[in-house]
Design a binder for this molecule. Sequence first.
Ligand code: 3RJ
Length: 542
Amino acid sequence: MENFILYEEIGTGRKSVVYKGRRKGSINFVAIICSDKSKRHEITNHVRLTHDIKHENVVTFYEWYETSNHLWLVVELCTGGSLESVITQDECLSEDVVREFAIDLVKGLRYIHDAGIVFSDLTPSKILLDGPGTLKYSNFCLSKAEGENLEEFFALVTAEETGGGDGKENTSRRNIKNRIQVTAHPFWRGVFSEVHTSEEEEEEDVSFSSSVGRRGVCASSQSSAVTPVSVTSQGPGGGYRGVQGGATGAEEPVCMHPNKSFRLDNMTELRPKSALDKDTRESIFLLSSCPTPRMSCTARDPPNRTPLPQDSVVASGLNDISYCIKDLVYTDSDLAVTPIMDNPKILKTAPVRYDPKTLCVRAYSVEKLSCLSSEDWRGFLQQLCSSLEAQADKTTAAVRSKLNLLCYLCTIAAHKDTATRLINSQLFPVLTQQLRLAPNWDVKFKVMRVLGLLASHCIELREETPVTEAVVMFTELIRENFRNSKLKQCLLPPLGELLYLIATQEEKKEHPGELWVVPAAAYTVLMRCLREGGEPPQLNTD
Ligand code: 3RJ
């Protein structure tokens, strides 16, 4: 099965994230674009226009996949970032670099035009640099086939997707002439030379030298010695041939794919592959479990970190190597644990306030709760459970009363002693059940928060505490509501806290991994959430 390993994020676009990736089993690194499906028409457009293009100044398309929420494109990796960032960083580029960039841009655009494509909306952010500094056109989402109306193409994609299309040709054509105009200005030092002007099309064609050196080579020292070579000798199947669409003349530059059509009826096979392997249900895109090393370390320069027990052996050569290996395997952030619940860096939540006057139980403070007699504590718990379980009454007043109680629980759940007592009490399964039974989502959101706070502040979990059931409930709810980003943002933190609680409690035991079962589905759904992301968290104003 083909798998891709995802490494770090290298860029973000509108509703898309770009990762560095690698096909498992190969050493070819690629860029993997994970795009929201709402961009399907633009992505499909990009694919239909680029899947046949192989040119050094165009980012190569390899393949594409589809998962439930995203489209995934595997394309050429350009490690140099965008031309926009180079311009921003350097502010002023040297004339030699400008000349070299211009050659790449003209070569690429010329190839694109000859392929019958109008790039459209050309900006430096859409031009990428590979390692040696070659410029490449990267984003054809808003490009179009010459003469076509892009809106109509988008409409056809939508119709295809919804099954409403008739597959007919896009008939409305506008003749767009988006052509390269390069003058014979001395600045170009003969790199470009005008060879042809078509009277019929009133466009100017350029040829240029292809033998100018790559970045770092002074163009001016070479350009005077080079003879301009025609760009059309470079593309696959390229060359000057008879003209499509009526124009004549043996030297007329024409579409290099004269028989090629970008119409939708040619696209029935142009569909993303499903990214779930049918037999193994395994995902094609896997997150790299090893963080990308941030810097290399030498044996003479061991990393600055807290020593581990096994490090106390003599500082032998082997030990130096083990330092290096550990530094490559772990990063500081692997060992740092950040609370998830109510962490303002993750999600800003308004402080919860309850109204003690209308509270359906006595509004004990945490201090008072810690010294309640066991009888009073039992009575208090009983009241909490029966108030939450009262199902019959779904009036506004009853819902408000439940919300008030849950706000009170949020307050007392943020203290370790109360959290520990409450999570190990009969209240915990009642709260878990409320994730399904509560009268509305407002109440459910609050129940999630109480559960998350209990998990994050609890310091001792009893063996019989039904955390597995809670993990299963959260897992099911995330699965059922996978497309609902807001809901997922409320479900994930308590699930994370529960898993962390289980992990830390297991760690304290003699035989870790035996007490509280975490179903494989919980890991699967969590990994899927991490992989596929979602909308950024919004400020919660409750
Ligand atoms: C493919 C489409 C990107 C970015 C460009 C969304 C970078 C910063 C440093 C180093 C590399 C990159 C980089 N490299 C890429 N190689 N291949 C791609 C994505 C081509 N990309 C970006 N940002 C994009 N072009 C189109 N959408 C993009 C992000 N930053």
